[in-house]
Every structure is written in C-alpha cells, then in structure tokens.
Design a binder for this molecule. Structure first.
Ligand code: HEM
Length: 124
C-alpha cells in the first residue's frame, strides 16, 4: 500500500484487524443493530476487514475477492433507518477510540465513514 494513506498511518493490516474486532461485538450488543446481523458474524468481519483495508488506502482486498463494492446496493436487503446509521457510527466511534491512538486520525476516519453510512439509509 502507498505511504501517506490512513491505512499506513494507523498501522496497516493489524490495525484494521483490531478495529474490526473491536467493532462487531458492539454491533452485536446494540439493540437496533443486532437484529439485522447474522448470528455468525465471522464472515461479515472478514468482508469488513477486506473492505476497510481498501477504503482507507490499503490493498484492494475486497474488490479482488468480490468485485465492485456497490455498498449501497449490497445494503438494500437490510432495513437501514437514520437511527441505525447513527448506531453504526456510534459503535465505530467507540471501536476507533479503543484501537486508534491518534485523535485527529480517528476523527478523519469517522468523517470518511459518515458519508457512506447516511447514504446507505434506505428506510425512513
Ligand atoms: C454488510 C448493516 C454501514 C460496510 C452489512 C450487513 C448488514 C449491514 C446487516 C450484512 C450482514 C450479512 O452479511 O448478513 C449496516 C448498517 C449500517 C452499515 C445498519 C449503517 C449505516 C456500513 C458502512 C460501511 C459498511 C458505513 C462501510 C463504508 C459493510 C461491508 C459489508 C456490510 C463491507 C459486507 C458486504 C458483503 O456482503 O460483501 N452491513 N451497515 N456498512 N457492510 Fe454494512
């Protein structure tokens, strides 16, 4: 991956792995989010690891495995309300606080994810 990316700044593959591992237990514990996620979260974690790696400037693991991300389309089967987008971002904020030391990097990452999160809202 290229220097100067968020991926490199946070510490590469291991950092993305830690973030994803901190994030999904929060999703599974969240009353608004847990009902729409599968009980076996492992495949979702793996896909998110691959996606976030490339999203933050690392190797294009997700695209290599699954093709064009088309993330809004992939979320259409799941009812995503504005409240669920907020909840997803709140879990991510906590996971970032636990795994990324640099506060300005955390803010930048959350900001980068906020656009897509609200864009995936497909229910009032
Ligand atoms: C998959 C919920 C936002 C990335 C999923 C799944 C659900 C979900 C239910 C499918 C789990 C399954 O396979 O059964 C949500 C909710 C969000 C949200 C409620 C709130 C807005 C995001 C954001 C990103 C993201 C902001 C990244 C920018 C992914 C990825 C997958 C996924 C990479 C796996 C896609 C695949 O199956 O290949 N999400 N998501 N999600 N989500 Fe989200």
């Amino acid at each position: 991956s290229s220097p100067g990316t968020i991926y490199e700044a946070i510490g590469g593959a291991e950092a993305v792995r830690r973030l994803v591992e901190a994030f999904y237990p929060k999703v599974q514990a969240h009353p608004l989010l847990s009902p729409i996620f599968p009980e076996d979260i492992t495949p979702v974690m793996e896909k998110q690891y691959m996606f976030l790696s490339q999203f933050f400037g690392g190797p294009p693991l997700y695209t290599e495995a699954y093709g064009h991300p088309m993330m809004r389309a992939r979320h259409l089967p799941f009812p995503i309300t504005p409240e669920r987008a907020e909840a997803w971002l709140a879990c991510m904020r906590q996971a970032l606080e636990e795994t990324v030391e640099d506060e300005s990097l955390r803010m930048l990452m959350l900001e980068r994810l906020s656009g897509p999160a609200y864009h995936f809202v497909n229910q009032p």
